[in-house]
Design a protein around this ligand. Structure first.
Ligand code: ARG
Ligand code: GLU
Length: 712
């Protein structure tokens, strides 16, 4: 069986090289030699070894996983790193206070001493990646159940990880499944934990356009921030210390200020998080018709409530700015995704493919897999629906969340019957909570989402606790009234005065009870079933994935096969290109500072730019950052296939130099996590010249240019 997988993969990839649809795909860097000819035909001037090598410094050594879900890149021999403003957001916020509001005013270290350490922030360099399929499946026999296989994979992976990291030194390893477990790779990272904030523009630049412009083109957001990696004297990872020195990278990006033109080759090197390009039509139908629409509706209700109160009070606006951005980000993406799936007729296209596949599969290895997947999805649907509702209703009640977290700090079961309570930890949790909590928002949201829950979730999929409680209250409104009047947790002073003696009171608190009863129901009635079905789905998908490859190869169906994104390093390549979002409209591929001025409006928070930028514009004081038209370039779009996690990824030109910083996708193309349309799908990047312009003209920190290399 192993041999056949390898054979299929090689065969299919060779075919994919000839027939892959333009620009779709997130490719494994260690296998990039299979794509390099195509890349070079499209304009790339470097070699596969320049992209990924374990024998010499290569571009991969200049790319890092930033934190737990973004990408960053090295831009100087002294550890200077570039990523998005929204990726460094929580660090920038952490250092901000009323006196030093770095979110509002921006921050620039004027010397190394002024750079700010960030507890908990790490960056990881990929040392190497290796196909370990053979080792991971050692001992596997076809008569094993999926549970046994999962156990075996876990055990073998653990052994590999231990072996790979035994020398210590900040090495971190993971084993990841690709193609639904048809292939396994070991990823070995070197993780640095002393990463300091060097600079960030004011939010009015770094978050310009806010959630109004989020996921949209044309765009004018200066979404960047800068950090520096520190290491011990031997350039090895070390926890924060005053004695640490700037990290010396094996490789860093040279910066091209030559500018970009429609048609130019671009390549994105980064850590895309998650895609589902090969799923069955029923999986897509659920997302399009059920999952996304319900989740969108629930979030619309919450956002309306947040927006109402945020527009009434400056204080509430700040308290809910980050929460609002988080809720709104996926909310807006899902809407684009649904529209895109509909427009592409993805369900129908997949059904036709599945019909043909099924006919072809009769009597062979893949016979019945289509029907199996359909049956599993039918079984999963009500459980998935209940899970989605639970996640977007009960689990979004803020006071219930914090109440449960505090309840968990009571520990009993000691032999002497003693109860302990970590008061310090509780205070920490509660302080952070009350700082950004506004009761009327939480209460109104509770009423809004729980009424939807009542209306839309079938009785069989509701906990009996809920049904009894609702019957005794008579309405969701009455329930809210009780919880938001009588819970200990609506009162900061009371909550912060809790001691070990209050365990019973806390366990019977209406907010704790609400959260806890749902939690127990989910753990017993829902999760075991979804886990079981998902295991069976994994098994069926493993076959279907291989089946799709064999089918497309033997039937000469042109289709690109690349492993779904899983937060491992990938290469996506394409070119700079505009698009037509709708009939009669065409969007150009780049934006300039002129567009910022057109949007500028002191009355609207998202569009109120710094006065300094207005003055610069009026005086046309652009220094060397104007383009051929005399304006400062701001953003551009390209056909690279990206997803969440690619934020902060370097955008690289044909010569391997840095021309921009990825930060978003266009709204009409957000279905690309499921289906990619080369006509519409575009990633959005910040032009590196706007980064440099902002550092110099707004930040007054052009001393940083001295350590950069410009590829003129
Ligand atoms: N849409 C971008 C991404 O998916 C940017 C998100 C941050 N900005 C925001 N307004 N929430 O993550
Ligand atoms: N903003 C996203 C991120 O944080 C990238 C946009 C996308 O989903 O493509 O990774």
């Amino acid at each position: 069986m192993k041999k056949s997988i390898k054979f299929i993969l090689t065969g299919v990839l060779a075919l994919a090289g000839m027939t892959a649809r333009a620009d779709e795909g997130m490719w494994l860097p260690s296998l990039i030699s299979q794509r390099i000819v195509d890349m070079q035909e499209k304009g790339f001037k470097l070699s596969a070894e320049d992209i990924y090598s374990i024998n010499q410094a290569s571009l991969k050594d200049a790319v890092v996983l930033f934190g737990r879900g973004c990408t960053g890149e090295l831009i100087s021999p002294e550890g200077l790193l570039l990523t998005n403003h929204h990726c460094g957001y929580s660090q920038i916020q952490q250092h901000s206070s009323v006196e030093h509001d770095y979110l509002k005013d921006g921050f620039w270290a004027m010397s190394r001493e002024e750079e700010l350490p960030n507890k908990g922030l790490t960056v990881s360099f990929l040392e190497r990646m290796d196909d370990v399929t053979e080792y991971v499946l050692k001992g596997y026999t076809p008569d094993m159940t999926e549970e046994q296989r999962v156990e075996l994979v876990k055990k073998n992976s653990q052994a590999l990880i231990e072996e790979a990291t035994k020398e210590g030194n900040g090495l971190r390893a993971t084993v990841e499944a690709l193609y639904y477990g048809n292939q396994y790779f070991l990823f070995l990272y070197r993780e640095y934990a002393d990463v300091r904030l060097v600079g960030a523009p004011p939010s009015s630049i770094g978050k310009f356009g806010g959630d109004t412009d989020n996921w949209m083109w044309p765009r004018h957001t200066g979404d960047f921030s800068m950090f520096r990696i520190y290491a011990d004297k031997d350039n090895n990872p070390a926890p924060y210390s005053k004695d640490n020195v700037p990290y010396k990278p094996k490789k860093y990006f040279h910066i091209s200020t030559k500018g970009v033109q429609e048609g130019d080759f671009t390549f994105i090197y980064g850590f895309p998080g998650s895609t589902k390009e090969y799923i069955h039509s029923e999986g897509v139908r659920y997302i399009e018709e059920i999952g996304d629409p319900h989740k969108i509706n629930l979030r619309t209700l919450r956002l309306d409530i947040m927006n109402k109160y945020q527009s009434q009070s400056q204080k509430v606006r700040i308290q809910y700015s980050s929460k609002n951005a988080n809720v709104s980000n996926a909310w807006k993406k899902w809407q684009g995704e649904v529209k895109g799936i509909k427009k592409m007729k993805t369900v129908q296209t997949k059904q036709e493919f599945e019909k043909a596949f099924d006919r072809w599969a009769k009597g062979g290895e893949f016979d019945g897999v289509i029907g199996k997947l359909a049956a599993l999805y039918a079984e999963l649907e009500p459980y998935q629906f209940a899970t989605d509702y639970y996640a977007e209703t009960v689990r979004t009640v803020e006071v219930a969340n914090v109440a449960m977290s505090v309840a968990r700090l009571f520990l009993s079961g000691h032999e002497d019957g003693l109860v302990t309570f970590d008061q310090e930890k509780a205070k920490e949790l509660l302080d952070a909570f009350y700082k950004d909590w506004y009761l009327p928002i939480d209460k109104e949201s509770f009423v809004a989402v729980m009424n939807e829950y009542e209306k839309n979730v079938p009785a069989d999929f509701k906990p009996s606790y809920y049904k009894e409680k609702l019957a005794s209250y008579g309405s969701i409104e009455a329930w809210a009234e009780d919880m938001f009047t009588n819970s200990i947790f609506i009162d900061q002073a009371k909550a912060e005065a809790l001691t070990a003696a209050d365990k019973d009171a806390v366990m019977n608190d209406p907010a704790v009870e609400f959260f806890n009863e749902f939690l127990k129901w989910y753990a017993t009635d829902i999760q075991p079933v979804t886990t079981r079905i998902n295991r069976e789905l994994d098994l069926a998908y493993r076959d279907y994935m291989r089946g799709q490859m064999v089918y497309c190869r033997t039937q000469r169906v042109p289709k690109a096969f690349y492993p779904d994104a899983n937060l491992t390093l990938r290469v996506a390549y394409g070119h700079i290109k505009g698009y037509s979002p709708a009939d009669g409209t065409y969007y150009l591929p780049s934006s300039t500072i002129k567009g910022i001025m057109e949007k500028d409006n002191p009355e609207i928070f998202d569009y109120n730019i710094p006065q300094r930028l207005r003055d610069i514009y009026a005086a046309k004081d652009y220094g060397r950052w104007a383009d051929a038209t005399g304006e400062v370039p701001v953003c551009f779009i390209a056909t690279n296939h990206t997803t969440g996690g690619n934020s902060g990824s370097p955008v690289i030109n044909a010569d391997g130099d840095l021309i921009g910083l990825n930060f978003d996708r266009v709204w009409e193309g957000t279905m690309s996590d499921i289906v990619f349309d080369p006509e519409i799908c575009r990633n959005i990047a910040l032009d590196v010249r706007y980064v440099l312009f902002t550092i110099e003209k707004i930040g007054g920190a052009s001393y940083l240019f001295d350590e950069m290399t410009f590829a003129e």
